[in-house]
Design a protein. Sequence first.
Length: 247
Amino acid sequence: MVLAENIRCSHCGAPVEFKPGEIIATCKYCGFTTVIQTGQAFTFEHSLLLNSYNIKQMEGFVKDWMHSGFMKPSDLAKKSKITDRTLIYLPFWVITCEASTNYKGIFERIAPPIVKEGEIKKKYNWLVLARQSSDFPTRSYDVPLAGKIPYDFRKIESFAKILNSEIEREQATKLAQQQIDSHHRFLLQEDVDRIVEATTTVIPKQMVYLHAPIWFIRYEYRGSSYQMLIDGAKGIILKGDIPNTKF
């Protein structure tokens, strides 16, 4: 069991709880955000996406998902049971940036093969989960930035859990650069069969620290447990474990 530690909020003096590994914490009494190691005020924009759905509506989304899709067991909705419904506000770094990759590669789908050179240039609001280890599907989450508001702890449900950041902005920037480079190399597969060289440059324009509402749903089906992740702002299913079906 991980024990929470605490420091005093430099704004209101209330105890600010955090767990080992977390480096940015937010006071639940006044909403002031602090860098734990230094006790200094957090200088980046801290935003919040509001949860738009209650538990009953979440259960409806789950049942609708169970009824749809030919890969699911035909009795999934009837024989399954929802066992847990947890709303967690996850921390993200959203990095607005311009990225370009200059590349040289070999196009081998014709004979003889030819050398191709070019550039991939794109703009992103790149999402980095601010936790050290998780299988959260960030690439499937089209974060609705248009709905963000300044972080306001008073608008977070009392039953919800709030996780703090375990990743500094510098680390988040490096992760974004690595992920964008990997993404561009994947895109290059449309143009070349073999990459000779590729150099990716990422120019950050803005960084936002964001808490977003994600519903973690667990359900049981025929003795096994499965998980679903649902975007609490838009009601979109981000991930759903499907039981194996024997045809």
